[in-house]
Design a protein around this ligand. Structure first.
Ligand code: PLP
Length: 408
C-alpha cells in the first residue's frame, strides 16, 4: 500500500476507534492509580471506589441497577457466562431456544450443549430480512425451557429484533430471555428496566471504548453461577482481578456515545443512504437485511455482489485503503458461508460474495465517496475475470429479501 493511500475504515461493526476523551480518562489508572481493588491499602481502596463509580455510571446509561452488572473481559465471556451460569443453576431444564442468527459466542455454546446431550435445541425461524417469527417462539416454549436467547441487533445484517414483543412472550411463560446487545449499545437508546430482558451482554470496543472489557446484566432475582474458580470478585460470579482502566473507559465511552446519540444517528443514516444508493447502482447487487431505518442498526450495510468472491473484493479494497468485512469477523477467516446470510435465504455462492460496510459517527462523506469509487473499480475488475455473468436477472439469484413475518 503506498504511503498516500487513504485509510477509510468502514468496519466499525468489528471494532471502533477509541474516543480521545476515553483514552484520557483511562490513563491515570495505568500510571498513578494502578491499585488492585482487592488490596486493603489506599491504592486498593481507591481502585475499588473507581470500580463502583464505573459500575454506577454504566448502570445509569443502561437503565438498570449497579448490582445487576458484572464486569467481564468482553461480550464473548458475558454470553458464555450468562448461558452456562444459568444452566448450572437450573440443571433440571433441558431445552433452549435461540435465533439462528446469533453470534458464535451464543450459538456455539448451545450447539455444544446439544452435542453433549445436555439439552434439546430449538432454532427459531427468521424471515428474509432476519426478523424472528414471534409465533415460532410461542410454539417452541416448553415446560422445561431453560432460556431463550435472541440477539438485539445482528452484527452482519443489522436487523433489530422487537425485544418488547419477544420478551413479553417469554414473560408469559416465565422463561428468561437473554439478549446479546453488543451492536445496539450507544446506537439505539434503551432502558433495561423497561425491557422484558433478563440477561444481556455488552462490550466497550464496539462503541468507541477499549477492547477487553464487557459487562453481563442479570436481572435482580435471577441467579447465575460462576463458570470458573478464583477469588470472590464481582460477587463471586466472575473471579479475576478487575480491569479498572477498562471499566473507566467503558463507562466513559457509553456516556459519550449516548450523549449525542440522536445527532450521530442522523449523520450516520445520511451517510448510509448515500452509500446504499451508490452500491445498488452497481449491477447484480443484492441488498441483505431490512431497509435503513428503525429496524436496522445505524451504519450497517450488507450487500452481495453476485458472481464474485467477497474475500477477493475485501482484499482488493484493502489494497486501496478501504477496510470492510466479508460477513462477521468470526466467519470472515473461514470458507464456511455465513450462517446469518444462509438463514435469510441466500445461496452459498451469494453468501460468499457478500460485503459488510459499517459506518460510525467519525466517518465522512469523503469516506463514503472514496469507498464507492473503490468498490465500483474492484467489482468491475473482478467481474472482468469471471467466466459467466448473465445479461438479465438469473434463476440462480435468490429474490430480493422477502418478508414473511410481521414487523414492529
Ligand atoms: N456479540 C456480537 C454481536 C458481536 O458483534 C461481537 C463481536 O465480535 C461479540 C459478541 C464478541 O464480543 P467481544 O469481542 O467483546 O468478545
Amino acid at each position: 500500500m503506498s504511503t498516500d493511500t487513504p485509510n477509510v475504515y468502514l468496519d466499525n461493526g468489528d471494532s471502533t476507534p477509541v474516543f480521545r476523551e476515553v483514552v484520557d480518562a483511562m490513563i491515570p489508572y495505568f500510571t498513578e492509580k494502578f491499585g488492585n481493588p482487592a488490596s486493603l491499602h489506599k491504592l486498593g481502596l481507591e481502585a475499588e471506589e473507581t470500580m463502583d463509580e464505573a459500575r454506577a455510571s454504566l448502570a445509569g446509561s443502561l437503565g438498570c441497577k449497579p448490582e445487576e452488572l458484572y464486569f467481564t473481559s468482553g461480550a464473548t465471556e458475558a454470553n458464555n457466562l450468562a448461558l452456562n451460569g444459568l444452566r448450572l443453576e437450573r440443571p433440571d431444564k433441558k431445552h433452549v431456544i435461540v435465533s439462528p442468527i446469533e453470534h458464535s459466542s451464543v450459538l456455539n455454546v448451545v450447539k455444544r450443549w446439544q452435542k453433549e446431550g445436555w439439552v434439546e435445541l430449538t432454532e427459531l425461524k427468521v424471515d428474509g430480512e432476519g426478523f424472528v417469527d414471534p409465533d415460532s417462539l410461542r410454539e417452541a416454549i416448553r415446560e422445561d425451557t431453560l432460556l431463550v436467547s435472541i440477539i438485539h441487533a445482528n452484527n452482519e445484517i443489522g436487523v433489530v429484533q422487537n425485544l418488547e414483543e419477544l420478551g413479553a412472550i417469554c414473560r408469559e411463560h416465565n422463561v428468561p430471555l437473554h439478549s446479546d446487545m453488543v451492536q445496539t449499545l450507544g446506537k439505539i437508546p434503551f432502558t433495561l428496566n423497561e425491557l422484558p430482558v433478563d440477561l444481556a451482554s455488552f462490550n466497550a470496543h464496539k462503541t468507541h471504548g477499549p477492547k477487553g472489557i464487557g459487562v453481563m446484566f442479570v436481572r435482580k432475582g435471577l441467579k447465575v453461577r460462576r463458570i470458573f474458580e478464583g477469588a470472590p470478585q464481582e460477587k463471586g460470579v466472575r473471579p479475576g482481578t478487575e480491569n479498572v482502566p477498562g471499566a473507566v473507559g467503558f463507562a466513559k465511552a457509553v456516556e459519550l456515545s449516548l450523549k449525542n446519540c440522536d445527532e450521530a444517528t442522523q449523520k450516520i443514516e445520511k451517510l448510509a443512504a448515500r452509500l446504499k444508493e451508490g452500491l445498488l447502482a452497481i449491477p447484480h447487487v443484492r441488498w441483505n437485511g431490512p431497509e435503513i431505518g428503525p429496524n436496522r442498526v445505524p451504519g450497517n450495510l450488507n450487500v452481495t455482489f453476485r458472481y464474485i468472491e467477497g474475500e477477493a473484493i475485501l482484499m482488493m479494497m484493502n489494497m486501496k485503503g478501504v477496510f470492510v468485512s466479508s460477513g462477521s469477523a468470526c466467519s470472515s477467516r473461514s470458507l464456511v458461508p455465513s450462517h446469518v446470510l444462509t438463514s435469510i435465504g441466500l445461496f452459498h455462492e451469494e453468501a460468499h460474495g457478500s460485503i459488510r460496510y459499517t459506518l460510525s459517527r467519525l466517518n465522512t462523506e469523503e469516506d463514503v465517496d472514496y469507498a464507492l469509487e473503490v468498490t465500483r473499480e474492484t467489482v468491475d475488475k473482478l467481474r472482468a475475470m469471471t467466466a459467466f455473468i448473465p445479461e438479465e436477472h438469473s434463476e440462480r439469484e435468490s429474490d430480493h429479501a422477502t418478508t414473511f413475518y410481521k414487523k414492529k
